[in-house]
Design a protein around this ligand. Sequence first.
Ligand code: AMP
Ligand code: MG
Length: 402
Amino acid sequence: MIDLATAQAMVMGSVRALEPVRVSAADALGLVLGEAIVAEANVPPFANTAMDGYAVRAVDTADAPVELLVVAELPAGKAPTVRVGEGEAIRIMTGAPMPEGADAVVMVERTERVGDRHVRIGNAAKQGDHVRRSGGDVEAGQTVFVAGELLTPAHIGVLASLDVHEVLAYRRPLVGVLSTGDELVQSGSLRMGQIRDSNRPMLTAMLREAGCEPLDLGHARDDEQVITERIAHGLNTCDALVTSGAVSVGDYDFVKIAIEKLAAERGGTYSWSQVAIKPAKPLAFGSIGGTPIFGLPGNPVSSSVSFELFARPALRVLSGAREPSRPVVEAIATETFARRPDGKIHFDRVHVTIDSSGRFRAQRSGAQASNVLSGMAKANGLAILEDGDGVGEGESLKVMLL
Ligand code: AMP
Ligand code: MG
């Protein structure tokens, strides 16, 4: 057995980011930025009012209450044509440019119209009140974003405000998904001995969630040649591959053999490890012609946990992510997490909630056998139980949040 950190270091040491490409900013949500973005102009481009109100000269309001002559009206989107002179004000709407002469805005709620042409200002205004200066959000020449930032909806909005409609970003890795096993059926009725293929749809969904583009390589029966051909096809087409099943010590575990053979033929590395974790002990991993391939175990929970621990962080690196790991937090165990020393780290499926004091609390989300996928479905975290006797109720527990 090798320890988890060693196995993870082996995988992470053999992957690197794909080349960034130019993409439309509208399609860049969730991608990692591959360049710095420098602003060419100020945002906002001109000083404008943050409030509906009256643009005034602060000095004219010093002896408030005062009455000022309203000389114009200025909605958003219009350029001012009239300046604010001594004793004057301009009715102005949020977003409209500050007229020349004015240096403050008085909120409409703090004013009162007097007749047709005058406004009464109740309190003295200070210079700059409710004025948004040009460049107050972004200054021309400023580096707004750096390479490696994950593009969120707000990033997309800022790019639009800068008139940037294309960016260099890491594309979504194309990742092939293959399931193996003579017992697997895709849908419909089952004969004795058959089960439905749940891993391929699950892994496809996990890839999407990890920001990858999945490619369905189908299901292969337990035949060395068929499995080798499918993996070879995947290597020719994809940036990475994940397979499920046939990596343990059974008589039909041909994925191991296929990866080893292809690595030898095409040039690359191959390793098969018994990782000191439960679930998901066996891991076949290869890097063939620079393409990583993850031979995940067939038990659905093992497949899922192995994907989380090995494939996902590696695929996030391909996607350009600088922080490819899931967050690990301390949670309070709301029940006893008993286990026996066996030299392994155990990953229990848990449901994490946040209590009224803001602390995480973790509870098992169902039975913990490696075939009980319904417990995984109810989980939003994996409790990390170091080798030993487990964690008692009320004690602190490390949880990887999914
Ligand atoms: P294996 O790793 O191929 O020895 O499979 C281990 C266990 O996982 C067996 O009980 C398989 O029937 C089950 N299994 C393998 N592949 C899948 C799959 N794609 N969907 C659901 N169960 C699977
Ligand atoms: Mg199998």
